[in-house]
Design a protein around this ligand. Structure first.
Ligand SMILES: Cc1cc2nc3c(=O)[nH]c(=O)nc-3n(C[C@H](O)[C@H](O)[C@H](O)COP(=O)(O)OP(=O)(O)OC[C@H]3O[C@@H](n4cnc5c(N)ncnc54)[C@H](O)[C@@H]3O)c2cc1C
Length: 478
Protein backbone atom coordinates (compact mmCIF):
# COMPACT_ATOMS: atom_id res chain seq x y z
CA UNK A 1 0.00 0.00 0.00
CA UNK A 2 1.45 3.36 -1.02
CA UNK A 3 0.95 6.47 1.11
CA UNK A 4 0.57 8.69 -1.96
CA UNK A 5 -0.02 7.90 -5.65
CA UNK A 6 0.67 10.81 -7.99
CA UNK A 7 -1.08 10.54 -11.36
CA UNK A 8 0.98 12.12 -14.16
CA UNK A 9 4.66 12.94 -14.42
CA UNK A 10 4.78 16.32 -16.10
CA UNK A 11 6.47 19.14 -14.24
CA UNK A 12 3.61 19.32 -11.70
CA UNK A 13 3.53 15.62 -10.78
CA UNK A 14 7.33 15.51 -10.76
CA UNK A 15 7.64 18.60 -8.52
CA UNK A 16 5.01 17.15 -6.15
CA UNK A 17 6.86 13.81 -6.03
CA UNK A 18 10.16 15.63 -5.35
CA UNK A 19 8.64 17.51 -2.41
CA UNK A 20 6.89 14.39 -1.02
CA UNK A 21 10.07 12.33 -1.37
CA UNK A 22 11.74 14.47 1.30
CA UNK A 23 9.44 12.81 3.88
CA UNK A 24 9.10 9.25 5.18
CA UNK A 25 6.33 8.32 2.79
CA UNK A 26 5.88 5.56 0.21
CA UNK A 27 5.31 7.54 -2.97
CA UNK A 28 4.43 6.15 -6.41
CA UNK A 29 4.17 8.18 -9.61
CA UNK A 30 1.99 6.72 -12.36
CA UNK A 31 2.67 7.98 -15.88
CA UNK A 32 0.78 6.81 -18.94
CA UNK A 33 3.60 7.45 -21.45
CA UNK A 34 6.97 5.67 -21.76
CA UNK A 35 8.87 8.62 -20.25
CA UNK A 36 8.36 11.66 -18.04
CA UNK A 37 7.66 15.15 -19.45
CA UNK A 38 5.67 13.87 -22.43
CA UNK A 39 2.79 16.39 -22.21
CA UNK A 40 2.68 20.19 -21.94
CA UNK A 41 5.89 20.12 -19.89
CA UNK A 42 7.98 19.31 -22.94
CA UNK A 43 6.40 21.66 -25.47
CA UNK A 44 5.92 25.18 -24.15
CA UNK A 45 7.58 28.60 -24.27
CA UNK A 46 10.06 27.64 -21.51
CA UNK A 47 9.61 30.94 -19.68
CA UNK A 48 9.66 31.39 -15.91
CA UNK A 49 7.18 34.25 -15.91
CA UNK A 50 7.68 37.21 -13.60
CA UNK A 51 4.04 37.10 -12.44
CA UNK A 52 2.39 40.37 -13.61
CA UNK A 53 -0.10 38.57 -15.84
CA UNK A 54 -2.41 36.65 -13.42
CA UNK A 55 -5.17 38.57 -11.64
CA UNK A 56 -4.14 39.70 -8.12
CA UNK A 57 -5.53 37.49 -5.38
CA UNK A 58 -5.59 34.33 -7.53
CA UNK A 59 -3.62 31.17 -6.84
CA UNK A 60 -1.98 31.70 -10.23
CA UNK A 61 -0.60 35.07 -9.12
CA UNK A 62 0.71 33.86 -5.75
CA UNK A 63 2.18 30.57 -6.98
CA UNK A 64 3.74 32.16 -10.08
CA UNK A 65 5.67 34.77 -8.08
CA UNK A 66 6.74 32.21 -5.46
CA UNK A 67 7.70 29.63 -8.13
CA UNK A 68 9.76 32.28 -9.90
CA UNK A 69 11.63 33.06 -6.66
CA UNK A 70 12.30 29.36 -6.03
CA UNK A 71 13.49 28.56 -9.58
CA UNK A 72 16.99 30.00 -9.33
CA UNK A 73 18.09 28.03 -6.24
CA UNK A 74 16.41 24.84 -7.44
CA UNK A 75 18.01 25.06 -10.88
CA UNK A 76 21.43 25.67 -9.33
CA UNK A 77 21.07 22.70 -6.95
CA UNK A 78 19.55 20.36 -9.54
CA UNK A 79 21.79 21.41 -12.45
CA UNK A 80 18.97 22.65 -14.68
CA UNK A 81 19.75 25.30 -17.32
CA UNK A 82 18.13 28.60 -16.20
CA UNK A 83 18.92 32.25 -16.91
CA UNK A 84 17.16 35.24 -15.41
CA UNK A 85 17.22 37.26 -18.64
CA UNK A 86 14.20 39.49 -17.90
CA UNK A 87 11.17 40.11 -20.10
CA UNK A 88 9.69 43.00 -22.06
CA UNK A 89 6.00 43.32 -22.93
CA UNK A 90 6.12 45.44 -26.07
CA UNK A 91 3.46 48.04 -26.85
CA UNK A 92 2.85 49.26 -30.40
CA UNK A 93 0.26 51.99 -29.67
CA UNK A 94 -0.95 54.30 -26.90
CA UNK A 95 -3.85 51.89 -26.37
CA UNK A 96 -1.38 49.06 -25.73
CA UNK A 97 0.57 51.32 -23.35
CA UNK A 98 -2.65 51.32 -21.28
CA UNK A 99 -2.36 47.50 -21.11
CA UNK A 100 1.31 47.85 -20.14
CA UNK A 101 0.33 50.15 -17.26
CA UNK A 102 -2.40 47.72 -16.15
CA UNK A 103 0.11 44.86 -16.18
CA UNK A 104 2.55 46.99 -14.17
CA UNK A 105 -0.14 47.66 -11.54
CA UNK A 106 -1.04 43.98 -11.38
CA UNK A 107 2.64 43.10 -11.06
CA UNK A 108 3.04 45.54 -8.15
CA UNK A 109 0.02 43.98 -6.41
CA UNK A 110 1.35 40.46 -7.08
CA UNK A 111 4.78 41.34 -5.62
CA UNK A 112 6.83 41.22 -8.84
CA UNK A 113 10.23 42.80 -8.06
CA UNK A 114 11.99 45.54 -10.05
CA UNK A 115 9.37 46.28 -12.73
CA UNK A 116 9.81 49.42 -14.89
CA UNK A 117 7.89 51.02 -17.74
CA UNK A 118 10.22 51.88 -20.63
CA UNK A 119 10.01 54.18 -23.66
CA UNK A 120 10.48 52.89 -27.21
CA UNK A 121 14.06 54.29 -27.27
CA UNK A 122 14.94 52.54 -24.03
CA UNK A 123 13.58 49.29 -25.45
CA UNK A 124 15.74 49.60 -28.60
CA UNK A 125 18.82 50.32 -26.48
CA UNK A 126 18.24 47.05 -24.66
CA UNK A 127 17.06 45.21 -27.78
CA UNK A 128 18.71 46.59 -30.93
CA UNK A 129 16.62 44.35 -33.22
CA UNK A 130 13.25 45.39 -31.76
CA UNK A 131 10.89 47.10 -34.19
CA UNK A 132 10.97 50.88 -34.73
CA UNK A 133 7.21 50.70 -34.14
CA UNK A 134 7.58 49.79 -30.45
CA UNK A 135 6.42 52.81 -28.41
CA UNK A 136 7.16 51.41 -24.94
CA UNK A 137 7.25 48.28 -22.79
CA UNK A 138 6.91 46.75 -19.37
CA UNK A 139 10.31 45.49 -18.20
CA UNK A 140 10.32 42.69 -15.61
CA UNK A 141 13.90 41.70 -14.71
CA UNK A 142 12.85 38.63 -12.71
CA UNK A 143 11.53 36.68 -15.73
CA UNK A 144 13.74 33.79 -16.79
CA UNK A 145 14.28 31.10 -19.40
CA UNK A 146 14.61 27.43 -18.48
CA UNK A 147 14.96 23.98 -19.99
CA UNK A 148 11.44 22.73 -19.15
CA UNK A 149 11.90 19.00 -19.64
CA UNK A 150 15.14 19.02 -17.69
CA UNK A 151 13.30 20.82 -14.84
CA UNK A 152 10.76 17.97 -14.91
CA UNK A 153 13.44 15.28 -15.13
CA UNK A 154 15.46 16.87 -12.32
CA UNK A 155 12.45 16.75 -9.96
CA UNK A 156 11.50 13.20 -11.01
CA UNK A 157 15.04 11.78 -10.90
CA UNK A 158 15.72 13.30 -7.48
CA UNK A 159 12.41 11.96 -6.17
CA UNK A 160 13.46 8.48 -7.38
CA UNK A 161 16.87 8.85 -5.72
CA UNK A 162 14.96 9.65 -2.52
CA UNK A 163 13.06 6.38 -2.79
CA UNK A 164 9.93 7.39 -4.72
CA UNK A 165 8.88 4.84 -7.33
CA UNK A 166 7.82 5.67 -10.86
CA UNK A 167 5.78 3.40 -13.12
CA UNK A 168 5.80 4.30 -16.82
CA UNK A 169 3.27 3.02 -19.38
CA UNK A 170 0.80 2.96 -16.47
CA UNK A 171 -2.23 4.99 -17.56
CA UNK A 172 -4.80 5.25 -14.77
CA UNK A 173 -8.04 3.87 -16.23
CA UNK A 174 -10.32 3.81 -13.18
CA UNK A 175 -10.31 4.69 -9.47
CA UNK A 176 -12.37 3.10 -6.68
CA UNK A 177 -12.70 4.15 -3.05
CA UNK A 178 -12.22 1.01 -0.90
CA UNK A 179 -12.61 1.59 2.84
CA UNK A 180 -9.81 3.93 3.90
CA UNK A 181 -7.85 3.88 0.63
CA UNK A 182 -8.08 4.10 -3.15
CA UNK A 183 -7.71 1.27 -5.65
CA UNK A 184 -6.31 2.57 -8.94
CA UNK A 185 -6.73 0.43 -12.04
CA UNK A 186 -3.80 1.15 -14.37
CA UNK A 187 -2.54 -0.24 -17.68
CA UNK A 188 0.30 -1.77 -15.62
CA UNK A 189 -1.86 -3.41 -12.93
CA UNK A 190 -3.79 -2.32 -9.84
CA UNK A 191 -2.31 -0.03 -7.19
CA UNK A 192 -3.50 0.77 -3.66
CA UNK A 193 -2.83 4.18 -2.12
CA UNK A 194 -4.10 6.04 0.93
CA UNK A 195 -3.89 9.44 -0.79
CA UNK A 196 -4.03 10.38 -4.48
CA UNK A 197 -2.72 13.46 -6.29
CA UNK A 198 -4.21 14.22 -9.71
CA UNK A 199 -1.56 15.91 -11.89
CA UNK A 200 -2.73 14.52 -15.22
CA UNK A 201 -2.60 17.73 -17.30
CA UNK A 202 -5.13 17.69 -20.14
CA UNK A 203 -6.56 14.48 -18.63
CA UNK A 204 -6.94 15.99 -15.14
CA UNK A 205 -10.65 16.68 -15.70
CA UNK A 206 -11.30 13.04 -16.61
CA UNK A 207 -9.34 11.82 -13.56
CA UNK A 208 -11.24 14.27 -11.29
CA UNK A 209 -14.54 12.86 -12.55
CA UNK A 210 -13.46 9.32 -11.56
CA UNK A 211 -13.91 10.33 -7.89
CA UNK A 212 -15.96 13.55 -7.77
CA UNK A 213 -18.71 15.57 -9.43
CA UNK A 214 -17.61 17.60 -12.46
CA UNK A 215 -16.61 21.11 -11.36
CA UNK A 216 -14.53 22.27 -14.35
CA UNK A 217 -14.06 21.41 -18.01
CA UNK A 218 -10.65 21.14 -19.67
CA UNK A 219 -10.55 23.10 -22.95
CA UNK A 220 -7.40 21.89 -24.74
CA UNK A 221 -5.65 24.66 -26.61
CA UNK A 222 -2.76 24.22 -29.04
CA UNK A 223 0.27 26.51 -29.36
CA UNK A 224 2.69 26.19 -32.28
CA UNK A 225 6.35 27.24 -32.47
CA UNK A 226 9.44 27.74 -34.57
CA UNK A 227 12.78 26.79 -33.04
CA UNK A 228 15.47 28.81 -34.79
CA UNK A 229 19.12 27.92 -35.36
CA UNK A 230 21.74 29.42 -33.08
CA UNK A 231 22.69 31.91 -35.81
CA UNK A 232 19.35 33.63 -34.98
CA UNK A 233 19.95 33.31 -31.22
CA UNK A 234 21.30 36.83 -30.83
CA UNK A 235 18.21 38.57 -32.16
CA UNK A 236 16.63 38.79 -28.69
CA UNK A 237 18.40 39.19 -25.35
CA UNK A 238 15.23 39.28 -23.26
CA UNK A 239 11.91 37.48 -23.58
CA UNK A 240 9.97 39.72 -25.97
CA UNK A 241 6.22 39.42 -25.39
CA UNK A 242 3.45 41.31 -27.10
CA UNK A 243 0.48 42.66 -25.17
CA UNK A 244 -1.77 39.83 -23.97
CA UNK A 245 -5.25 39.51 -25.41
CA UNK A 246 -8.21 37.17 -24.98
CA UNK A 247 -6.26 34.36 -26.72
CA UNK A 248 -3.35 34.38 -24.30
CA UNK A 249 0.01 36.00 -23.87
CA UNK A 250 0.55 36.70 -27.59
CA UNK A 251 3.45 35.63 -29.80
CA UNK A 252 6.88 35.86 -28.18
CA UNK A 253 10.44 35.93 -29.43
CA UNK A 254 12.90 34.69 -26.83
CA UNK A 255 16.36 33.24 -26.39
CA UNK A 256 16.55 29.62 -25.18
CA UNK A 257 18.94 28.21 -22.61
CA UNK A 258 20.54 26.26 -25.48
CA UNK A 259 21.42 29.46 -27.37
CA UNK A 260 18.65 29.18 -29.98
CA UNK A 261 15.66 31.44 -30.49
CA UNK A 262 12.08 30.33 -29.85
CA UNK A 263 9.24 32.02 -31.73
CA UNK A 264 5.54 31.41 -31.00
CA UNK A 265 2.93 30.37 -29.98
CA UNK A 266 -0.50 30.87 -31.49
CA UNK A 267 -3.53 29.76 -29.46
CA UNK A 268 -6.19 27.53 -30.97
CA UNK A 269 -8.88 25.48 -29.25
CA UNK A 270 -8.70 21.81 -30.31
CA UNK A 271 -10.96 18.83 -29.71
CA UNK A 272 -8.24 16.16 -29.61
CA UNK A 273 -5.94 16.91 -26.65
CA UNK A 274 -3.36 14.42 -27.92
CA UNK A 275 -2.96 15.54 -31.52
CA UNK A 276 0.16 17.64 -31.16
CA UNK A 277 0.65 18.73 -34.77
CA UNK A 278 1.68 21.90 -36.57
CA UNK A 279 -0.55 23.57 -39.13
CA UNK A 280 0.29 25.80 -42.10
CA UNK A 281 -2.17 28.44 -40.86
CA UNK A 282 -0.75 28.39 -37.33
CA UNK A 283 2.83 28.75 -38.53
CA UNK A 284 1.92 31.58 -40.91
CA UNK A 285 0.18 33.41 -38.04
CA UNK A 286 3.24 33.03 -35.78
CA UNK A 287 5.59 34.32 -38.52
CA UNK A 288 3.44 37.35 -39.21
CA UNK A 289 2.98 38.29 -35.54
CA UNK A 290 6.62 37.72 -34.54
CA UNK A 291 7.84 39.96 -37.36
CA UNK A 292 6.02 42.86 -35.69
CA UNK A 293 8.36 42.58 -32.68
CA UNK A 294 11.60 41.65 -34.51
CA UNK A 295 11.32 42.48 -38.24
CA UNK A 296 14.73 40.98 -39.08
CA UNK A 297 13.83 37.40 -38.12
CA UNK A 298 14.93 35.00 -40.84
CA UNK A 299 12.57 32.04 -40.86
CA UNK A 300 14.80 30.17 -43.32
CA UNK A 301 16.90 29.47 -40.22
CA UNK A 302 14.11 27.50 -38.56
CA UNK A 303 15.43 24.07 -37.51
CA UNK A 304 12.25 22.63 -36.00
CA UNK A 305 8.53 23.25 -35.65
CA UNK A 306 6.67 21.89 -32.67
CA UNK A 307 3.40 22.30 -30.81
CA UNK A 308 2.12 21.88 -27.27
CA UNK A 309 -1.38 21.51 -25.83
CA UNK A 310 -2.44 23.76 -22.94
CA UNK A 311 -4.69 22.29 -20.22
CA UNK A 312 -6.86 25.42 -20.24
CA UNK A 313 -10.19 25.12 -18.45
CA UNK A 314 -13.47 27.01 -18.26
CA UNK A 315 -12.13 28.61 -15.05
CA UNK A 316 -9.50 31.36 -15.19
CA UNK A 317 -7.61 29.73 -12.33
CA UNK A 318 -5.58 26.62 -11.50
CA UNK A 319 -7.89 23.88 -10.18
CA UNK A 320 -5.99 23.08 -6.99
CA UNK A 321 -7.79 21.68 -3.95
CA UNK A 322 -9.29 18.68 -2.21
CA UNK A 323 -11.60 17.05 -4.78
CA UNK A 324 -12.71 14.10 -2.63
CA UNK A 325 -11.65 12.43 0.61
CA UNK A 326 -7.83 12.23 0.59
CA UNK A 327 -7.77 13.12 -3.11
CA UNK A 328 -5.96 16.28 -4.26
CA UNK A 329 -6.44 17.99 -7.63
CA UNK A 330 -3.45 19.76 -9.18
CA UNK A 331 -5.61 20.13 -12.26
CA UNK A 332 -6.09 22.50 -15.18
CA UNK A 333 -2.53 23.76 -14.73
CA UNK A 334 -2.24 26.08 -17.69
CA UNK A 335 0.39 28.80 -18.08
CA UNK A 336 2.07 29.91 -15.77
CA UNK A 337 2.19 26.28 -14.62
CA UNK A 338 5.84 25.71 -15.45
CA UNK A 339 6.80 28.85 -13.50
CA UNK A 340 4.58 27.86 -10.57
CA UNK A 341 5.54 24.14 -10.36
CA UNK A 342 7.69 24.13 -7.19
CA UNK A 343 5.20 26.40 -5.40
CA UNK A 344 2.30 24.13 -6.48
CA UNK A 345 4.25 21.22 -4.96
CA UNK A 346 4.40 23.06 -1.60
CA UNK A 347 0.66 23.71 -1.87
CA UNK A 348 0.14 19.98 -2.47
CA UNK A 349 1.99 19.14 0.76
CA UNK A 350 -0.20 21.62 2.69
CA UNK A 351 -3.40 20.13 1.25
CA UNK A 352 -2.29 16.57 2.11
CA UNK A 353 -1.52 17.74 5.66
CA UNK A 354 -5.04 19.19 5.89
CA UNK A 355 -6.36 15.79 4.80
CA UNK A 356 -4.54 14.19 7.73
CA UNK A 357 -1.38 12.78 6.12
CA UNK A 358 1.47 12.76 8.63
CA UNK A 359 4.75 14.26 7.34
CA UNK A 360 7.92 12.98 9.05
CA UNK A 361 11.03 14.51 7.39
CA UNK A 362 13.80 12.17 6.19
CA UNK A 363 17.16 12.71 7.90
CA UNK A 364 19.15 13.48 4.74
CA UNK A 365 16.99 13.70 1.63
CA UNK A 366 18.75 14.19 -1.70
CA UNK A 367 18.18 17.76 -2.89
CA UNK A 368 20.96 18.10 -5.46
CA UNK A 369 21.77 16.57 -8.83
CA UNK A 370 25.07 16.62 -10.71
CA UNK A 371 25.28 16.45 -14.49
CA UNK A 372 28.36 16.49 -16.71
CA UNK A 373 27.82 18.94 -19.60
CA UNK A 374 31.08 18.37 -21.43
CA UNK A 375 30.98 21.41 -23.72
CA UNK A 376 30.53 23.72 -20.70
CA UNK A 377 33.76 22.48 -19.06
CA UNK A 378 37.07 24.34 -19.40
CA UNK A 379 40.02 22.58 -21.05
CA UNK A 380 41.47 21.26 -17.79
CA UNK A 381 38.10 19.95 -16.64
CA UNK A 382 37.58 18.29 -20.04
CA UNK A 383 40.92 16.51 -19.80
CA UNK A 384 40.18 15.35 -16.26
CA UNK A 385 36.74 14.09 -17.34
CA UNK A 386 38.26 12.12 -20.24
CA UNK A 387 40.95 10.63 -17.96
CA UNK A 388 38.22 9.40 -15.63
CA UNK A 389 35.95 8.16 -18.42
CA UNK A 390 37.37 7.96 -21.97
CA UNK A 391 33.81 7.99 -23.38
CA UNK A 392 33.75 11.77 -22.68
CA UNK A 393 36.46 11.99 -25.36
CA UNK A 394 34.17 10.72 -28.13
CA UNK A 395 31.81 13.31 -29.61
CA UNK A 396 28.62 11.72 -30.96
CA UNK A 397 26.37 14.76 -31.56
CA UNK A 398 28.53 17.13 -33.57
CA UNK A 399 26.07 20.04 -33.68
CA UNK A 400 25.82 20.25 -29.87
CA UNK A 401 29.15 18.61 -28.95
CA UNK A 402 27.55 15.86 -26.88
CA UNK A 403 29.85 12.99 -25.98
CA UNK A 404 29.25 9.26 -25.66
CA UNK A 405 29.96 9.64 -21.93
CA UNK A 406 26.98 11.99 -21.52
CA UNK A 407 24.74 9.65 -23.54
CA UNK A 408 25.76 6.66 -21.39
CA UNK A 409 25.19 8.76 -18.22
CA UNK A 410 21.69 9.56 -19.52
CA UNK A 411 20.90 5.92 -20.30
CA UNK A 412 21.93 4.86 -16.78
CA UNK A 413 20.20 7.78 -15.04
CA UNK A 414 17.56 7.15 -12.33
CA UNK A 415 14.76 7.07 -14.96
CA UNK A 416 16.40 5.38 -17.97
CA UNK A 417 15.17 6.50 -21.40
CA UNK A 418 14.01 3.94 -23.99
CA UNK A 419 13.95 6.26 -27.01
CA UNK A 420 16.15 8.64 -29.01
CA UNK A 421 14.02 11.56 -27.82
CA UNK A 422 14.43 10.36 -24.24
CA UNK A 423 18.22 10.57 -24.67
CA UNK A 424 17.75 13.96 -26.37
CA UNK A 425 15.84 15.32 -23.36
CA UNK A 426 18.52 14.07 -20.95
CA UNK A 427 21.78 14.61 -22.87
CA UNK A 428 20.84 17.16 -25.56
CA UNK A 429 21.71 14.99 -28.60
CA UNK A 430 19.83 15.97 -31.75
CA UNK A 431 18.98 19.44 -30.46
CA UNK A 432 21.14 21.18 -33.06
CA UNK A 433 21.00 22.17 -36.69
CA UNK A 434 20.82 18.62 -38.07
CA UNK A 435 18.13 17.59 -35.55
CA UNK A 436 19.64 14.14 -35.10
CA UNK A 437 20.17 13.40 -38.82
CA UNK A 438 23.81 12.50 -38.19
CA UNK A 439 23.90 11.31 -34.59
CA UNK A 440 20.54 9.50 -34.52
CA UNK A 441 21.78 6.09 -35.79
CA UNK A 442 24.78 6.20 -33.44
CA UNK A 443 22.60 7.07 -30.44
CA UNK A 444 20.32 4.16 -31.43
CA UNK A 445 23.32 1.76 -31.39
CA UNK A 446 24.47 3.06 -27.99
CA UNK A 447 20.96 2.74 -26.52
CA UNK A 448 20.62 -0.85 -27.80
CA UNK A 449 24.09 -1.74 -26.51
CA UNK A 450 23.65 -0.21 -23.04
CA UNK A 451 20.08 -1.46 -22.53
CA UNK A 452 21.03 -4.87 -24.01
CA UNK A 453 18.08 -4.62 -26.38
CA UNK A 454 17.55 -5.47 -30.02
CA UNK A 455 18.06 -2.27 -32.08
CA UNK A 456 14.70 -3.04 -33.71
CA UNK A 457 13.03 -2.28 -30.36
CA UNK A 458 14.55 1.19 -29.94
CA UNK A 459 11.96 3.94 -30.37
CA UNK A 460 12.16 7.48 -31.67
CA UNK A 461 9.73 8.72 -28.99
CA UNK A 462 6.39 7.32 -27.74
CA UNK A 463 5.11 3.75 -28.05
CA UNK A 464 4.91 2.62 -31.68
CA UNK A 465 7.51 5.08 -33.00
CA UNK A 466 9.90 2.29 -34.03
CA UNK A 467 12.77 3.44 -36.23
CA UNK A 468 14.03 0.19 -37.78
CA UNK A 469 11.24 -1.76 -39.41
CA UNK A 470 12.97 -4.83 -40.84
CA UNK A 471 16.29 -6.65 -40.67
CA UNK A 472 17.75 -6.91 -44.16
CA UNK A 473 21.04 -8.71 -44.63
CA UNK A 474 23.14 -7.07 -47.32
CA UNK A 475 24.95 -9.55 -49.61
CA UNK A 476 28.62 -8.62 -49.82
CA UNK A 477 30.37 -9.69 -53.00
CA UNK A 478 33.41 -11.82 -52.32
C1 LIG B 1 2.02 26.16 -25.81
C2 LIG B 1 2.30 26.27 -24.34
C3 LIG B 1 3.12 27.28 -23.84
C4 LIG B 1 3.35 27.40 -22.47
N1 LIG B 1 4.28 28.28 -22.02
C5 LIG B 1 4.55 28.37 -20.69
C6 LIG B 1 5.57 29.20 -20.20
O1 LIG B 1 6.34 29.79 -20.95
N2 LIG B 1 5.71 29.32 -18.86
C7 LIG B 1 4.91 28.66 -17.99
O2 LIG B 1 5.05 28.86 -16.79
N3 LIG B 1 3.98 27.78 -18.42
C8 LIG B 1 3.81 27.61 -19.75
N4 LIG B 1 2.89 26.71 -20.21
C9 LIG B 1 2.16 25.91 -19.26
C10 LIG B 1 2.99 24.75 -18.73
O3 LIG B 1 3.66 24.10 -19.79
C11 LIG B 1 2.05 23.79 -18.03
O4 LIG B 1 1.31 24.51 -17.07
C12 LIG B 1 2.77 22.65 -17.33
O5 LIG B 1 3.69 22.02 -18.19
C13 LIG B 1 1.72 21.69 -16.84
O6 LIG B 1 2.34 20.58 -16.29
P1 LIG B 1 1.48 19.31 -15.90
O7 LIG B 1 2.41 18.40 -15.21
O8 LIG B 1 0.24 19.74 -15.20
O9 LIG B 1 0.97 18.73 -17.29
P2 LIG B 1 1.72 17.78 -18.34
O10 LIG B 1 3.10 18.18 -18.57
O11 LIG B 1 0.83 17.69 -19.52
O12 LIG B 1 1.78 16.39 -17.58
C14 LIG B 1 0.64 15.60 -17.34
C15 LIG B 1 1.10 14.16 -17.40
O13 LIG B 1 0.03 13.31 -17.02
C16 LIG B 1 0.10 12.15 -17.81
N5 LIG B 1 -1.23 11.53 -17.82
C17 LIG B 1 -2.35 11.95 -18.44
N6 LIG B 1 -3.36 11.10 -18.21
C18 LIG B 1 -2.87 10.11 -17.42
C19 LIG B 1 -3.43 8.94 -16.86
N7 LIG B 1 -4.71 8.60 -17.09
N8 LIG B 1 -2.64 8.13 -16.11
C20 LIG B 1 -1.33 8.45 -15.89
N9 LIG B 1 -0.76 9.55 -16.41
C21 LIG B 1 -1.51 10.38 -17.17
C22 LIG B 1 0.52 12.66 -19.17
O14 LIG B 1 1.05 11.65 -19.99
C23 LIG B 1 1.52 13.73 -18.80
O15 LIG B 1 2.84 13.24 -18.75
C24 LIG B 1 2.69 26.54 -21.58
C25 LIG B 1 1.89 25.49 -22.08
C26 LIG B 1 1.75 25.33 -23.45
C27 LIG B 1 1.02 24.13 -23.97
Amino acid sequence: MYDVAVIGCGVIGAAAAFELSKYQLRVLVLERENDVAMGASRANSAIIHAGYDPKPGTLMARLNVLGNEMAEGLCRDLSVPFQRVGSLVLAFSEEEMETVRELYDRGEKNGVPGQRILTGEQVREMEPEASEKVVGALYAPSAGIINPWDYTLAFAETAVRNGAEIRLNAAVEGIERQGDHYLLHTAAGDVEAKYVVNAAGVESGRIHEMVAEKTFTILPNRGEYYLMDKCEGGRARHVLFQCPNKDGKGVLVAPTTGGNLIVGPNAEGVTDAHRVNNTAAGMAFVQKKAALSVPGLNFRNSIRNFAGIRANSDKDEFQIGVAAENFIDLAGIKSPGLSSAPAIALECVELLKQCGLHFEPKANPVTTRKKVRFRKLNDEEKQAAIRENPLYGRVICRCETITEGEIVDAIHSPIPPCSLDGVKRRAGTGMGRCQGGFCGPRVLDILARELKRNPMDILQDGEGSNILLSETKREVEA
